[in-house]
Write a protein that binds this ligand. Structure first.
Ligand SMILES: C[S@@+](CC[C@H](N)C(=O)[O-])C[C@H]1O[C@@H](n2cnc3c(N)ncnc32)[C@H](O)[C@@H]1O
Length: 250
């Protein structure tokens, strides 16, 4: 009997679509060098789980608001999995490292939303802690490659063959509205997820960090730590809390 697509949990395909790669190696190295780590938007929890498996002996906390993603993470033991986002939980000076991997940063669509996230991350960090995250560099125009022809095929846990395609609906003022369509011959109809991602320049990221009391300690354009250029695919930032911001924003 065809599965009802409205019940289809697309988180089931996340790990198959996002296999372990150089970004995971980069964040795993950082996690292994820190005592207490918070992963904001941890998704299926791959990085923290790998840290524990590699012998990390300290506190590992994964936070995510999506129940389907978190259910997948909860299948991995050895980590504290927390449902929600930084607006709904308060961590106070508890972590040496906060991660935001897999372009989570791009879900925050306005400067105010980003400032709120940065302020909450700063509060969660111990003095001398680090905040590592990446955003796709607008100069590399990734959205131009998000076309149906560049879709991917995955095989699900029950052997179902699923095609995943992206369609960009609009690009305006750094905001890319897109849909992600999951289709399978066994399903009566496809499952469509819609969303918006913000593309922010390195200069904008740095200014927002400075406003919220961070200093950029390291910046790269790719996971091998090569320098950022105008067309690097990523803007990878490791920030440290600096002096308190003059604006009074935390
Ligand atoms: C592309 S996935 C990345 C997952 C994981 N970090 C990784 O690298 O594979 C984006 C994740 O961000 C989460 N997310 C969405 N809005 C969020 C928010 N406001 N705060 C924290 N996480 C959020 C989603 O639930 C999703 O799991």
């Amino acid at each position: 009997m065809p599965e009802n697509p409205t019940n289809q949990d697309v988180a089931a395909y996340y790990d198959a679509l996002n296999e372990w790669g150089p970004s995971d190696d980069f964040y795993l190295d950082l996690a292994l060098s820190a005592d207490a780590v918070l992963d904001v938007g941890c998704g299926t929890g791959v990085v923290l789980h790998a840290a524990r498996a590699a012998g990390h002996a300290g506190r590992l906390v994964g936070l995510d608001p999506d129940p389907d993603m978190l259910a997948r993470a909860r299948g991995r033991d050895g980590v504290e999995w927390v449902a929600g986002d930084l607006g709904g939980v308060t961590f106070d000076g508890e972590f040496d490292l906060v991660l935001m991997t897999g372009h989570v940063f791009q879900v925050f669509l306005t400067d105010d939303e980003v400032r709120e996230q940065f302020a909450a991350v700063r509060r969660a960090l111990r003095p001398g802690g680090r905040y590592a995250f990446e955003t796709r560099n607008p100069g590399a125009r990734a959205w131009e490659r998000w076309t149906p022809e560049n879709g991917a095929d995955v095989v699900g846990e029950r052997g179902e063959r699923v095609r995943v395609e992206h369609h960009v609906e609009s690009v305006e003022d750094g905001l890319v509205r897109l849909s992600e369509t999951y289709s399978c011959p066994d399903w009566a109809e496809p499952k469509v997820e819609r969303g918006t991602l913000r593309f922010t320049t390195a200069e904008q990221v740095e200014a927002l960090l400075a406003e919220t009391g961070f200093e950029v300690a390291e910046r790269y354009g790719w996971w091998d730590r090569s320098p950022l250029t105008a067309t690097s695919r990523e803007v990878i930032t490791i920030a440290r809390p600096g002096p308190r911001p003059a604006t009074g924003r935390r």
